[in-house]
Design a protein around this ligand. Structure first.
Ligand SMILES: Nc1ncnc2c1ncn2[C@@H]1O[C@H](COP(=O)(O)OP(=O)(O)OP(=O)(O)O)[C@@H](O)[C@H]1O
Length: 253
């Protein structure tokens, strides 16, 4: 594996009980880029995303074969600590899910769990994370107010700040804008593009225009398979596979 690859799967298969949801997926996610996973409903996008930080471990019926590598290391190797994996590979969900605590406490939560106690250090982490998530200017005067009083878009940026606070290297995003209005969506899209300077971002999206706007690489999935993976421009303008072309031209959804 070369250093420009952050995440990689090799011949990854996943079953939920007897139903196979991923088939022979081999993909390399390049470092410090936005990679979009697109494809029709039920094709396995979220399942693949959840493999990258072992979130599927939480589903009793899920079983995998094949390999998943993070920076060259097998994330299922015996010595691997799943909590460290999820710290390095953070996740942001479809529906913003801040804790019912203050804005400050949401961001300080992860660092506190990792043993950060000093107030000045926590203050600094909270400010830096909120700035990186493009939320600081909107909340700096009300850090101790409830996070749930924020708008949906602000809550989603807070969730991004919360994941940044533990210094991840990857941020996985599962349809992060689907519950948001167009203005809030545009802000998150701008943020995602900026985050990719420092982090590797993998985003699942139903929205092909969104994939085209923000990603450098795109994987098109269909019925549990990765049909095609390439530069986004190539996928949208000159795909190799007919199935990809049919999907991106809207011949099926
Ligand atoms: N926890 C689960 N238990 C059993 N089957 C599941 C589970 N999660 C997903 N599946 C099934 O696995 C397949 C892939 O689902 P997945 O959610 O990964 O697809 P998706 O492409 O993300 O879909 P969508 O765009 O609708 O979110 C589907 O057939 C789905 O019903």
């Amino acid at each position: 594996m070369d250093e420009s690859t952050t995440l990689e799967t090799r011949d990854l298969n996943l079953w939920y009980g007897t139903k196979q949801a991923l088939l022979d997926i081999s993909i390399r996610i390049p470092k410090n880029t936005v990679t979009a996973l697109i494809g029709p409903s039920g094709c396995g996008k979220s399942t693949l995303l959840r493999c990258f930080n072992r979130m599927n471990d939480l589903i009793d019926s899920a079983r995998i074969t094949g390999q998943i590598l993070f920076e060259g290391d097998d994330i299922y190797a015996g010595h691997t600590d799943v909590y460290t994996i999820r710290e390095k590979i953070g996740m942001v969900f479809q529906k913003p899910n801040p804790f019912p605590k203050s804005i400050y406490e949401n961001v300080a939560y992860g660092p506190r769990i990792h043993g950060v106690r000093r107030k000045e250090v926590l203050d600094d982490i909270v400010e830096t994370s909120l700035k990186r998530a493009a939320l600081w200017d909107e909340v700096e005067d009300r850090l101790h107010e409830p996070a749930l009083a924020l708008s949906g878009g602000q809550q989603q940026r807070l969730c991004i700040a919360r994941s940044l606070a533990v210094e991840p290297r990857v941020i996985l995003m599962d349809e992060p804008c689907s519950a948001l209005d167009p203005i809030a969506t545009a802000k998150i899209e701008d943020l995602i593009i900026r985050l990719a300077r420092d982090y590797t971002v993998v985003i699942v999206t139903h929205n092909m225009q969104q994939a085209a706007r923000i990603s450098e690489y795109t994987g098109f999935m269909y019925m549990g398979r990765l049909v095609e993976f390439d530069r986004t421009q190539r996928i949208f303008e000159d795909p190799t596979e007919e199935l990809t072309e049919n999907y991106i031209t809207g011949r099926f959804g």
